[in-house]
Structure formats: C-alpha cells, structure tokens
Design a protein around this ligand. Structure first.
Ligand SMILES: N[C@@H](CCC(=O)N[C@@H](CS)C(=O)NCC(=O)O)C(=O)O
Length: 344
C-alpha cells in the first residue's frame, strides 16, 4: 500500500514541479455534483419567474433585473467569480419544480414559498429566504371594495400550483365566503384577465401585487386590500442530497446579509480590504479560510458584494424603487427577519 502512494506522490511532485497537474483544477471533483457541473459549464443556470417586476424581469436591453435575478447573480459571483456567468431559465408556477428535479437548472429562485409539503415531498429543499411575503388581493379601485371579506361571490384570478391557491381556499372557508377561483398558469394571461375584468380580484404574493400595481400606467386605479392572509417565505431551492451545494447557496445569502450588517457595500468594499475589524476581514477573505471551507475562493463574499452588492443594496435597487416598504424584510438589528449566523 505504501509503495504506490509514494510513487503517486513522486509523480504528482514531478508534474507540479514541471508546472503541470494531473487533472486541471477546474475538473477536480469537489464532492458536489452541482458545483462540478456549474464549473465545467462555466455558467450557473438559475430558474426564475417569467417576468415579475422587482423579482425577475428582463429590462429593455434584455438584462434580467430584480431581487431573484440578483440573488442568482450572487451565486455566480461566489462560485465562478463572475456574476455575469449566468443563464436565466424562466419558469412557470407549474414547471418550476420539475426543472430543478431534472437538473435543467442548478438552483430555483422564483418567488417560491417554503412549505413543509414542498420540502418533504419533492426531493428539494430551501436554502434561505430572500423575501418574507404573504398572500394579498388586488382589486380595481372602481369596485369600491375595502376588505377581502367583502368578496362574497367574487371571481379571483390565481395561478395554479401555487401556495396562493391553498391560502385563499383556507381563508374563505374559515370566513364562510363563496368565491370562484379562475386558474390561469400564464403570467401575462392572468394579468390581462384581471385588467380586462374577467375576475374581480387578482391574488398572489402581496409583493408581486404591489410591484405589478406600481408598474401600471395609473396605479391609483388599483387597490391592494389590507388583509395579508398567509405566510409566504420566498427563497432559494436546491436538490436534496448535494449538501455542499446547499451550503454554498445558503452562505451566499448569509454573506449578503453579513455585508449589510457590517456596512460593507459595493462602493466601499475595496477600501474595506484595509479594515482591521475581524468580522470584516473574515468576510472578505483576508483572514481565515471561509471560502475554502465551502469549496470556493476565499474571496467569494468579496466578489458577491463587489459585483452584486450586499443584501440591502440588492433589495433597494429592486424593491424599494418600486415603493414597497422594507418592513419585516429589514435585517435583524433593524427590526427585520434577515439574520445571518456568524461567519467564522
Ligand atoms: N409564492 C407562491 C406563488 C408564486 C408565484 O408564482 N407567484 C407569481 C407572482 S406574480 C409569479 O411569480 N408568477 C410569475 C410567472 O408565472 O412567471 C408559490 O410559491 O406558490
């Protein structure tokens, strides 16, 4: 047993001293099938929605913008050192989980609610929450409705296969109110069905309703009803069984939150490289081997913040600009729920 090891060591030593290595670094297996595939491809494939303002929507140049799109970019920055090495895969409510199960995408960040059923039944798991949301209702101001409880006999447009569908069913059963769901999978179709009056209300995550309203030519024609009838924690999903990839996706989000907490942002991240604060030094890879522990470069968090921003910056550029208050989506020391464990 000893001889081949010594011989192997000598051989490897020879290759190294000759400036060669037995296997190119990029091809060395990392123990994560997804990480290996992403590196070999030189690109992250990220599943997003087909076009929700504030979350994932191509701009006039065809560049995907939004919280989910940037959450994807942060993973590309962490893993490949380049936030632009990414392909966005637009998915519907119905095909999003199969796209992840089949390996068509590496990660799903598509306003998807974390529920027990999804995590236990689909062979998939949630690696973090980027938006603490809840189901809401949008109606036309002209209807004069002030509450979701005034909707007896109403038709409600909702996308099938969503947790929204289930939340509405519970809510109206409890409140003994009859309504008719109008199930439409395609996003553009459901929105035009609502606008043209085929349904009295449009229900989905209140964030998406608020950003949809904000992007209408006359937003005052629409009212977001006051009731938020469910918890919809939206986050990143990965396949079960690839723990290293799970860790990478999870700690990418934690690095964004830690950046915000420590005041490290896109503008000052270069100056922060001279910081003497231990937490900042560890975050930016100046001390410790945090990146290496994840199978990444020690500069992974530096790359995320430099190229995409910290969590607050990502949030503000996508959500705050649409007039949606941060509320419970602030970081923990400002009264919100976004919290990262120690990065050490
Ligand atoms: N959070 C809910 C709803 C998700 C959902 O599909 N939301 C709508 C909000 S508009 C969406 O993203 N649609 C975009 C699309 O169909 O491409 C879930 O996970 O089931």
């Amino acid at each position: 047993m000893i001889r081949p090891t010594i011989a192997g060591g000598l051989f490897a030593g020879f290759l190294l001293s000759a400036g060669l290595s037995a296997t190119p670094a990029a091809a060395q297996p990392t123990g994560s099938a997804t990480l290996d595939a992403v590196r070999a491809r030189g690109q992250l494939v990220c599943g997003v929605s087909t076009g929700v303002p504030g979350f994932s929507l191509p701009d006039s140049q065809g560049v995907w913008r939004g919280l989910d799109a940037d959450s994807c970019r942060a993973i590309a920055a962490a893993v490949l050192g380049d936030a632009n090495k990414i392909k966005f895969a637009p998915l519907t409510t119905q095909n999003r989980f199969t796209a992840l199960q089949s390996g068509e995408i590496d990660v799903l960040i598509r306003s998807t609610t974390w529920t027990l059923g999804r995590e236990a039944n689909l062979g998939l798991e949630f690696a973090g929450v980027n938006y603490y949301d809840g189901t809401g209702f949008l109606v036309k101001t002209a209807m004069g409705v002030k509450s979701a409880k005034e909707m007896d006999g109403a038709t409600i447009c909702v996308q099938p296969g969503t947790s929204t569908e289930l939340a509405i069913a519970d809510y109206y059963r409890v409140n003994k109110i009859k309504y008719t769901p109008v199930l439409i999978e395609n996003l553009a179709e459901i929105q035009s069905a609502f606008l043209s009056g085929r349904c009295d209300a449009y229900s989905t995550d209140s964030s998406a309703l608020a950003t949809f309203r904000a992007t209408q030519p006359k937003k005052e024609d629409f009212v977001l009803l006051p009731e938020i009838i469910s918890k919809e924690p939206l986050g990143a999903m990965v396949r079960k069984g690839d723990d290293k990839w799970f860790d990478i996706v999870r700690w990418t989000y934690f690095a964004e939150v830690t950046g915000e907490e420590l005041g490290v942002n896109q503008k000052n991240v270069d100056q922060m490289l001279t910081s003497t604060t231990p937490d900042v030094r560890r975050l930016l890879g100046l001390e410790g081997d945090l990146g290496k522990a994840l199978g990444l470069d020690n500069k992974f968090a530096f790359n995320i913040i430099k190229q995409v921003g910290n969590f607050g910056e990502i949030w503000d550029r996508s959500i705050t600009v649409l007039g949606v208050p941060r509320g419970i989506n602030n970081i923990w020391n400002k009264g919100g729920l976004h919290y990262a464990p120690p990065m050490r």
